[in-house]
Design a protein around this ligand. Structure first.
Ligand SMILES: *[C@@H]1O[C@H](CO)[C@@H](O)[C@H](O)[C@H]1NC(C)=O
Ligand SMILES: *[C@@H]1O[C@H](CO)[C@@H](O)[C@H](O)[C@H]1NC(C)=O
Ligand SMILES: *[C@@H]1O[C@H](CO)[C@@H](O)[C@H](O)[C@H]1NC(C)=O
Length: 421
């Protein structure tokens, strides 16, 4: 695995500087990682209201992004006996890799205004009957779909089916498909390579062209879950209308303008959501879309100088504030969701929501594989500079909660007729 160290600016000025101090990048299917987060600033989110029923099973008005992690003695929803059926990524199988502590498995997310029910695989499977659920994005999207498949496999074992351009699982008794499309930018482009022989060290992104690898299948998708962002933080050249509009950390490259990645990230998301609307909803078809907000990483120190994520319990309420790059990316994602909702409103078959995981993820520095991305990393004693993954999540782990919220959103949709109806 290969890593790249990047600039060390600390400002969060979105106009010019790159507000991150390190990045590690790996190729598809291997961890990508980045930016430590500091403190301060306000966590803002649109107001939501308590329903008269308060704590009913689910609540139309519940803001799932606001709450705290509380201890829960029930523990994980699945174990090795189910995750082995899914063949989850080994570097996220923390228990099998010998992670010695288990406290991180005994927490549940408690939204301030309601309760988040435990994941019910049967309910999820009922809701996706005769449907195709597609996860689109980077290795965090993959991390989440593997969590979902593990939880579903406790009720019904899916079959891996061959499909060009995606990893696909089929639940025969529900005639349902769940698939993962790797598309780290969502738009067309070429991922950077660590090896000069294999290609340039910067990403190339065509911000106004959706990546057909997933978009050509929009027609056959019923629910799209988008999770992306981390690949925007590394050196990149951006194209629009087939000409270069600028580049990120690309000094010496054809005198292109240095620009930050916020605008490009926004455009990539906008292009993607517009493509979904135009290719599906505008043709009179139904489609549901969930955009997940950025999931922060938790390196203490530099990843390449023994940077770890060694905490073994969540941050308490108020102990960690959302700020800097993570806050900025999240705002952009929420804004683009609102923009696309407005644009898609004219088509009754289009539904879109943000799944705002940024805060719940931020509070879980204990949920990453850390050194246990590799099996028994300390088998030969404690060494310096053991590689740590403080970006992805252990399975089982906090990311299971993202899927619990996803299910609540789907249940809510099921209850509420579409505007066309
Ligand atoms: C760009 O990356 C190089 C190392 O790859 C680093 O030395 C430099 O400071 C970075 N520049 C900016 C503006 O972040
Ligand atoms: C895993 O979970 C299953 C079902 O809940 C249980 O029967 C089994 O004993 C567990 N296996 C291990 C190794 O904990
Ligand atoms: C599921 O995938 C299979 C194989 O790729 C396909 O034949 C079938 O039509 C799909 N079903 C749904 C509901 O998307």
């Amino acid at each position: 695995m290969l890593y790249t160290k990047m600039g060390t600016t600390t400002t969060t000025n979105a106009s010019k500087d790159q507000p991150f101090s390190l990045i590690k990048i790996l190729l598809p299917w291997t961890p990508i990682a980045l930016l430590p987060i500091a403190i301060l600033s306000i966590y803002f989110y649109p107001l939501s209201f308590m329903s008269p029923e308060g704590d009913k099973v689910y609540d139309y008005s519940c803001d799932y992004s606001d709450g705290k992690w509380v201890q829960d003695k029930r523990g994980p929803l699945y174990n090795e006996s189910t995750s082995s059926k899914i063949k989850i990524k080994k570097s996220q199988n923390c228990i099998a890799n010998g992670r010695p502590d288990s406290d991180y498995l005994y927490w549940k997310w408690k939204p301030s205004q309601c309760n988040l029910p435990r994941f019910e695989p049967q309910t999820f499977l009922q809701l996706i009957k005769n449907k195709h659920v597609a996860f689109v994005g980077d290795s965090l999207a993959r991390n989440q779909i593997e969590s979902l498949l593990c939880m579903l496999a406790t009720a019904s074992t899916p079959k891996r089916v061959k499909h060009q351009g995606s990893r696909r699982w089929h639940f025969a008794s529900y005639n349902a498909n769940v698939s993962f499309y790797w598309s780290s930018f969502l738009v067309q482009g070429i991922q950077r390579s660590e090896s000069p022989k294999k290609g340039p060290k910067y990403n190339t992104m065509y911000l106004d062209h959706v990546n057909e690898r997933w978009a050509r299948d929009i027609d056959e998708m019923d629910l799209v879950v988008i999770s992306f962002g981390h690949w925007f933080l590394v050196p990149s050249v951006y194209y629009e209308a087939d000409s270069v509009i600028g580049c990120l950390n690309c000094t010496g490259l054809n005198n292109y303008n240095e620009i930050d990645f916020y605008g490009p990230l926004r455009k990539a998301l906008r292009t993607s959501l517009n493509s979904i609307i135009e290719r599906k909803a505008a043709k009179g078809n139904r489609i549901d879309v969930i955009v997940e907000t950025i999931s922060p990483s938790h390196f203490e120190g530099d990843w390449d100088k023994g940077g770890t994520c060694s905490k073994s319990s969540p941050y308490r309420e108020g102990e960690k504030q959302l700020e800097g790059t993570d806050a900025e990316i999240r705002m952009i994602e929420l804004e683009e969701v609102e923009n696309a909702k407005e644009y898609g409103k004219q088509y009754g078959g289009f539904r879109l929501e943000a799944l705002d995981v940024t805060k719940l993820a931020l509070l879980r520095p204990d949920g990453h594989p850390g050194a246990y991305m590799n099996p028994f990393p300390f088998a030969n004693g404690v060494q310096e500079n053991v590689q740590n993954d403080c970006v992805h999540w252990c399975l089982p782990g906090p990311i299971d909660t993202w899927n619990e919220i996803l299910l609540e959103m789907m249940k809510k949709w099921e209850e509420k007729p579409r505007s066309e109806e």
